[in-house]
Design a protein. Structure first.
Length: 105
């Protein structure tokens, strides 16, 4: 089962499609969950998820705006989507019958 932070980062990454990178993932988490995670926390989580094969990354093109540096873009892998679905399903089973708002809609 994935940890809560891993779930949040993976869900935000899914929202970004193939163009998610650290800052956009951080912004998506802030907008949707109201959580102010540091960019370091986001990157450590992405690196850990990539090591597990749940997230894949690719380097984008270097841009003058970033001083010639390239962005690392992330996307959820098929294995990551499977793990995320299983983790959310486990939470729903645990919450079944409780008034906590995890009912299927």
């Amino acid at each position: 089962m994935l940890g809560e932070l891993e779930q949040v980062v993976m869900l935000a990454t899914l929202r970004m499609g193939d163009d998610g990178y650290g800052v956009t993932i951080q912004d998506a988490i802030h907008r949707a969950a109201g959580r102010d995670l540091t960019i370091g926390t986001i990157h450590k989580t992405l690196v850990r998820l990539e090591a597990k094969g749940l997230i894949a990354s690719r380097m984008g093109d270097a841009t003058p705006v970033r001083g010639g540096r390239a962005k690392r873009h992330y996307k959820v892998t098929p294995a990551g989507l499977k793990a995320l679905r299983a983790s959310i399903a486990a939470l729903r089973r645990l919450a079944h019958g409780l008034a906590v708002g995890l009912e299927k809609s």
